[in-house]
Write a protein that binds this ligand. Structure first.
Ligand SMILES: Nc1ncnc2c1ncn2[C@@H]1O[C@H](COP(=O)(O)OP(=O)(O)O)[C@@H](O)[C@H]1O
Ligand SMILES: Cc1ncc(COP(=O)(O)O)c(N)n1
Length: 277
């Protein structure tokens, strides 16, 4: 049994994206490219493309519980993540299942609003992420608006990002990444606050593109993959940033709106680099 289950396996607990660029679809593509076998608990189904979210529906509590059970009964999950959780009832269900089963470190991506502006979780759901689910997070990865909501403050400076990260850590999340993708500064700055209190910035040049559908999902899934393969928290975070940067930079022309990332890019560009050596 141990031998059969020796390949690194990870789990995403999130919503699907019929357009293939975000949510569970981005998670599976990322994990595949990162050399990790991916499994999924579908919490909600969205009718979505690069132009926006046309509709969504959350699955029944019974279906959610059964998916958790199925995954627990057969796989050896080394790390997991959450994405779109729809509403308070589903946040609670996910919380209960993560208490019941050990799926390794949790990367909590507190997805609230899609790039096109659609709300992907109710206000009560966000409150429950704040007060409950964040306590289970090994790493929480809010973008700026999400960090403002979780920390209950405006973030208008770099020092405010650190204050917000500390407030989010005080909710119970061990490590915090406040992502700096939203904004128009020339440099994108993500702030990392580790459990030890150490903090540092991950800076990269802002890539001028509207093709940023699924950036947060891709970052968190690359981190989960790295954790599933045994990396430390810091190594996994630094790897995640490199993976998402390559995926944004090497854009692919798909769809008419906020297009998807290039999940092949990290491996292709490193192969090209290897060829040159
Ligand atoms: N235009 C961009 N250029 C470079 N990096 C970006 C850009 N947009 C987002 N990122 C990076 O993508 C990751 C996800 O960030 P962000 O887009 O803020 O998250 P979300 O998808 O949750 O809104 C972060 O590491 C961020 O720095
Ligand atoms: C199912 C699902 N999960 C997450 C996102 C967020 O991704 P983005 O902020 O890039 O639109 C999304 N649009 N859809």
């Amino acid at each position: 049994m141990t031998e059969i289950n020796s390949f690194p396996q990870a789990l995403t607990i999130a919503g699907t994206d019929s357009g293939g660029g975000a949510g569970i679809m981005a998670d599976l593509k990322t994990m595949q490219e990162c050399g990790v076998f991916s499994t999924a608990v579908v919490v909600a189904v969205t009718a979505q493309n690069t132009l926006g979210v046309q509709d969504f529906q959350a699955l029944s509590p019974k279906m959610i519980n059964e998916q958790f059970q199925s995954i627990h009964d057969d796989f050896d999950i080394k790390a997991c993540k959450t994405g779109m959780l729809a509403d308070a009832e589903h946040v609670q269900l996910v919380y209960d299942n993560l208490q019941k089963y050990d799926f390794g470190p949790l990367v909590l991506d507190p997805v609230m609003v899609a790039k096109g502006g659609a709300q992907l979780i109710s206000d009560e759901g966000i409150d429950l992420i704040r007060t409950k689910l964040s306590q289970l997070a090994t790493i929480i990865t809010p973008n700026m608006p999400e960090a403002e909501r979780l920390a209950d403050m405006k973030i208008e400076s770099q020092s405010a990002m650190l204050v917000a990260a500390k407030k989010i850590q005080a909710l119970g999340a061990k490590n915090v990444i406040v992502k700096g993708g939203h904004g128009d500064t020339e440099t994108v700055r993500d702030l990392v606050l580790l459990e030890s209190g150490e903090n540092f910035w991950m800076n990269s040049p802002r890539i001028e593109t509207i093709r940023t559908h699924g950036t947060g999902d891709t970052l968190s899934s690359a981190i989960v993959s790295s954790l599933a393969k045994g990396s430390t928290i810091k190594e996994a975070i630094l790897f995640g940033k490199k993976f998402v940067e390559a995926a944004i930079k090497n854009t692919i022309q798909v769809g008419h709106g906020h297009g998807p990332l290039n999940h092949w890019a990290y491996n292709q560009t490193s192969e090209e680099l290897n060829d040159e050596i």
